[in-house]
Write a protein that binds this ligand. Structure first.
Ligand SMILES: Nc1ncnc2c1ncn2[C@@H]1O[C@H](COP(=O)(O)OP(=O)(O)OP(=O)(O)O)[C@@H](O)[C@H]1O
Ligand SMILES: [Mg+2]
Length: 240
C-alpha cells in the first residue's frame, strides 16, 4: 500500500479553488510532503497562471496520448517538493471522455507522491465520479460574498448531498473571504457544523497578498495562507 493521500477541491466559479489548491500544496511541500497538483478543471483551467508555468505539455497531452513521458507532463515548481500537471483549454468534443482517463493518470502517479491535490471545475461534473472514487478527502470552498446563488446555505447543502451520494469518505468546507456580518457568519458556521454535521476545515480572510501571489504566478508558503495551516496539519495527521 502506498501512503499517498489524494484530495479534491471544488466550489463555485471564482470561490478560490485554485488559490486553495496551490497554497495548500505549497504548505504540504514546505512540510516535506512531496506534493503533486493536478488541474482537472477541463473547462477553464487556471493553475498554470497561478503557478506562472508556461508549457505546451498539459493534461490534454496525457489525455491524447497516455504513453507520454511523465518528465514532460509533470512540471517541477520553483518550490522544493511541489509538482504540477497543468491544464489547458483544449476541450474534448466528448466532455465525459477525459474524466474517464484521469483515474489511470492518478493510478500511475500515486506511487511517487505523498499527496496529490486535484483542482476540479465548479460543480463537480457527474462524469468525474470515477476520479472522486479515488479521493481520500474532498474540500468544498465557498465564498459567501460571491456565491452565484444568494442562498449560501442551500448551495452548501446541495453540494454536500452530492459529495455524500458520490461516496466520498471525508469532506469539509473552507470559507474563503467571509465578507459577512458576524452573526450571519456564525449562522453559516453553525449550519455547516451542526445542521449538516460537516467539519469546517478553515476560514481564509480576504488578503491582498493572495491576489498579488496569483497575479505574479509565485506561490509561497510564507505568503498568506496561515489559515490553511490547520488544514495542512489535519491532512498530515490524518491521512499521511
Ligand atoms: N482570500 C483571498 N483574498 C484575496 N484574494 C483572493 C482570496 N482567495 C482568492 N483570491 C483571488 O480571487 C481570484 C479567484 O480565485 P481562484 O482563481 O483561486 O478561484 P477559482 O475558484 O479557482 O476560480 P475558477 O472557478 O475561475 O477556477 C484570484 O485572483 C485570487 O487571487
Ligand atoms: Mg480555478
Amino acid at each position: 500500500m502506498s501512503k499517498v493521500t489524494i484530495g479534491g477541491v471544488t466550489g463555485p466559479g471564482g470561490a478560490g479553488k485554485t488559490s486553495l489548491t496551490v497554497n495548500l500544496g505549497a504548505l504540504l511541500a514546505h512540510d516535506g510532503v512531496r506534493t503533486l497538483l493536478i488541474d482537472a478543471d477541463l473547462y477553464f483551467p487556471d493553475m498554470a497562471f497561478h503557478l506562472g508555468i508556461k508549457s505546451p505539455y498539459t493534461i490534454s497531452t496525457y489525455l491524447k496520448n497516455p504513453r507520454v513521458d511523465l518528465e514532460w507532463l509533470i512540471h517541477r515548481y520553483r518550490l522544493h517538493g511541489l509538482y504540477a500537471v497543468i491544464g489547458d483549454t483544449e476541450a474534448s468534443p466528448d466532455p465525459d471522455a477525459p474524466y474517464s482517463k484521469i483515474p489511470g493518470l492518478l493510478e500511475m502517479l500515486r506511487h511517487f507522491y505523498g499527496a496529490i491535490l486535484v483542482d476540479f471545475p465548479p460543480g463537480l461534473p457527474v462524469a468525474a465520479h470515477k476520479v472522486v472514487d479515488m479521493l481520500d478527502f474532498q474540500i468544498l470552498v465557498i465564498d459567501p460574498s460571491n456565491v452565484p446563488l444568494v442562498d449560501t446555505e442551500g448551495h452548501v447543502e446541495a453540494t454536500i448531498r452530492k459529495f455524500r451520494e458520490m461516496g466520498c469518505p471525508n469532506f469539509g468546507v473552507v470559507i474563503n473571504r467571509p465578507f459577512l456580518p458576524q452573526d450571519r457568519l456564525e449562522d453559516l458556521i453553525s449550519f455547516i457544523e451542526d445542521t449538516l454535521e460537516v467539519p469546517l476545515y478553515g476560514i481564509i480572510p480576504f488578503d491582498p497578498a493572495i491576489f498579488e501571489e496569483t497575479s505574479s504566478g509565485i506561490v509561497s508558503p510564507e505568503v498568506a495562507f496561515e489559515p490553511l495551516r490547520g488544514l495542512a496539519g489535519l491532512i498530515e495527521d490524518r491521512f499521511l
